[in-house]
Ligand binder design. Structure first.
Ligand SMILES: C[S@@+](CC[C@H](N)C(=O)[O-])C[C@H]1O[C@@H](n2cnc3c(N)ncnc32)[C@H](O)[C@@H]1O
Length: 167
């Protein structure tokens, strides 16, 4: 997570976290666990953070199904670790909820780039950056032996190629 933000800040120095409105639409958290992205965003100086999750026991301030949620505003940054089975719907919804020139960031398996079903999506929505984590993240204390990356889309910008970095 920290490696991602360090690289993102290096790539996008004009993106000032203290000036932006951010949304984490799968914030997670519980009575014992913090919400990882909102904590990281706060550490970067972001104060306008909307948190949403479908789980009643999440720490998110809004309890809703993100795919059917109607936001009252658009966000400069939509960032999360989406539920895997509906990750594509999450990305499409996040792009709708993002301002032009803003960023959508999703933690995904690197092999999410594969599959015939997603080929058409990449044609119209190629991420600007793919930031691969050399160290596999651990979920609930375990690694699932799969490479993960943060894919970064810039709303309104559809590059022919993704720039890949390993952090
Ligand atoms: C992979 S977890 C990520 C949680 C947290 N962001 C993290 O990184 O630890 C996905 C989260 O999405 C939530 N979720 C699943 N489907 C959802 C939906 N349709 N709308 C909103 N939240 C959803 C789950 O409750 C879960 O907390």
């Amino acid at each position: 997570m920290n490696e991602f933000f360090t690289k993102f800040c290096e790539l996008e120095p004009a993106f000032i976290f203290s000036d932006i409105a951010a949304l984490d639409p799968a914030s997670g958290g519980s009575s014992v666990d913090a919400m990882p992205y909102p904590v990281a965003l706060e550490q970067l100086g972001c104060t306008r953070i909307t948190t949403l999750d479908i789980r009643a026991d999440s720490r998110a301030s809004i309890k809703a199904d993100y795919i059917n949620w109607i936001p009252e505003q658009q966000y400069d940054l939509v960032i999360t670790n989406p539920p895997y089975l509906i990750a594509l719907e999450y990305i499409a919804t996040a792009l709708d909820d993002c301002v032009d020139g803003g960023f959508v960031v999703m933690l995904l398996r690197l092999n999410f780039f594969g599959s015939i079903g997603r080929r058409a999506f990449w044609k119209d929505h190629m991420p600007l950056y793919c930031i691969v984590h050399a160290q596999r993240p651990r979920f609930n204390g375990k690694s699932d032996s799969v490479e993960y990356c943060h894919m970064v889309w810039k709303k309104g910008f559809n590059p022919d190629n993704t720039k890949l970095f390993i952090v």
